[in-house]
Design a binder for this molecule. Structure first.
Ligand SMILES: NC(=O)c1ccc[n+]([C@@H]2O[C@H](COP(=O)([O-])OP(=O)(O)OC[C@H]3O[C@@H](n4cnc5c(N)ncnc54)[C@H](OP(=O)(O)O)[C@@H]3O)[C@@H](O)[C@H]2O)c1
Length: 320
């Protein structure tokens, strides 16, 4: 009623002028805050000293790509590393490489996150008693190539594995590590989501949906536990040149895992949700804040239809 009364005294044109000005002011203020935060993170690297949160870092999916880059960057900062992946030989090799290069202690755990709950008994027994400062929930499974949901090869198996690897692993690893972090009032949990959690991505439907889970889980958990000294971060990369993305040559837009992780670690303590790397932050800002979701989804559909067609052609040529 009050605002209606006010309208009686204010000519409509003037009301909309002030409303527009207030909206523009609010949007500018928000953008300025985001810009200052991004500058602090990406240009001045003023995030927290992750190595001061505890002696050990635990990294899932640690023998390749983004996970290996996190393991090496944290070891470079003096942390001892627990590496978790499927292949024992690869784990031994990366653990040796880290020990020789950075002189820190390492432990390895060979498990397949696709198997679901039983593996966590093994993980919990190895981690018991370690002072864990950082947990990097990095392991993830995507499609072999973009595909319509019902046409994903071996769909039932993919559903189970993708939920076990992308969703279950985050919950269970957090369940194991968080209690001792809370007890020490200190800890960092870095959850690798994906830019495909910024908007629904057609032809990567299940992957995109699981990565949204990672993003929501992380941000809500941060709100619950930050007052207890725990930082939880949701990391949403666009393309990074790794085995999963099938990109061999890094570019500025599609960086190497090492370049990406170096930048992303500087955002810890500054951004709860981050694209981790300045060019990706700009892409994220354009796609998630500036453009309408319907347009972004249409473009993603077009792009993924192109990748799908090329992938199917290659598979046909190979005779699969
Ligand atoms: N690369 C990108 O463009 C991109 C973009 C957005 C988000 N991401 C996310 O970033 C994360 C890392 O991706 P990436 O590109 O670095 O992948 P990657 O290069 O393929 O490396 C995957 C790592 O996880 C391990 N792994 C895979 N499946 C596993 C399983 N079932 N159980 C245990 N370990 C397993 C692999 O080792 P073994 O095979 O020896 O087990 C390897 O160490 C994922 O969560 C992904 O969704 C990637």
């Amino acid at each position: 009623m009050g605002s209606m009364m006010k309208l009686d005294f204010l000519p409509a044109s003037e009301f909309f002028y002030w409303l527009g000005l207030a909206a523009a002011g609010w949007i500018s203020l928000k953008a300025a805050c985001q810009l200052v935060n991004a500058a602090r993170a990406f240009l001045f690297s003023t995030g927290v000293k992750v190595e001061s949160f505890g002696r050990w870092a635990v990294v899932t999916g640690a023998t390749d790509g983004i996970g290996k880059a996190y393991a090496k960057e944290l070891a470079k900062r003096g942390m001892s590393i627990v590496l978790i992946s499927r292949n024992e030989e690869k784990l031994d090799k990366v653990a040796k490489e880290i020990k020789e290069q950075f002189g820190v202690e390492t432990k390895i755990i060979a498990v397949d996150f696709g198997e679901g709950p039983p593996i966590y008994v093994v993980i919990e027994s190895v981690l018991a008693g370690l002072e864990i400062g950082v947990l990097v929930n990095n392991v993830g499974l995507s499609y072999e190539y973009p595909e319509y949901f019902l046409d994903v090869p071996d769909l039932d198996n993919v559903i189970t594995k993708m939920i076990n690897i992308n969703v279950m692993s985050i919950c269970k690893m957090t369940r194991i590590v968080l209690p001792s972090m809370v007890q020490r009032s200190k800890g960092i949990i870095l959850n690798v989501s994906s830019a495909s959690a910024l908007y629904p991505v057609p032809l990567l439907t299940l992957y995109s949906a699981t990565k949204t889970f990672v993003d929501f889980f992380s941000r809500a958990l941060h709100a619950e536990y930050n007052y207890k000294g725990i930082i939880v971060q949701s990391i949403l990369p666009f393309y990074v040149a790794t085995k999963m993305s099938k990109l061999r040559t890094p570019t500025m837009q599609k960086p190497s895992a090492e370049t990406y992780v170096k930048a992303a670690l500087n955002t810890v303590g500054l951004q709860v949700q981050t694209n981790g790397y300045l060019p990706h932050a700009i892409m994220g800002w354009i796609t998630a804040s500036l453009l309408p979701v319907s347009l972004v989804m249409k473009q993603a559909m077009k792009m993924n239809q192109g990748i799908r067609a090329r992938s199917l052609k290659k598979l046909k040529e190979k005779g699969d």
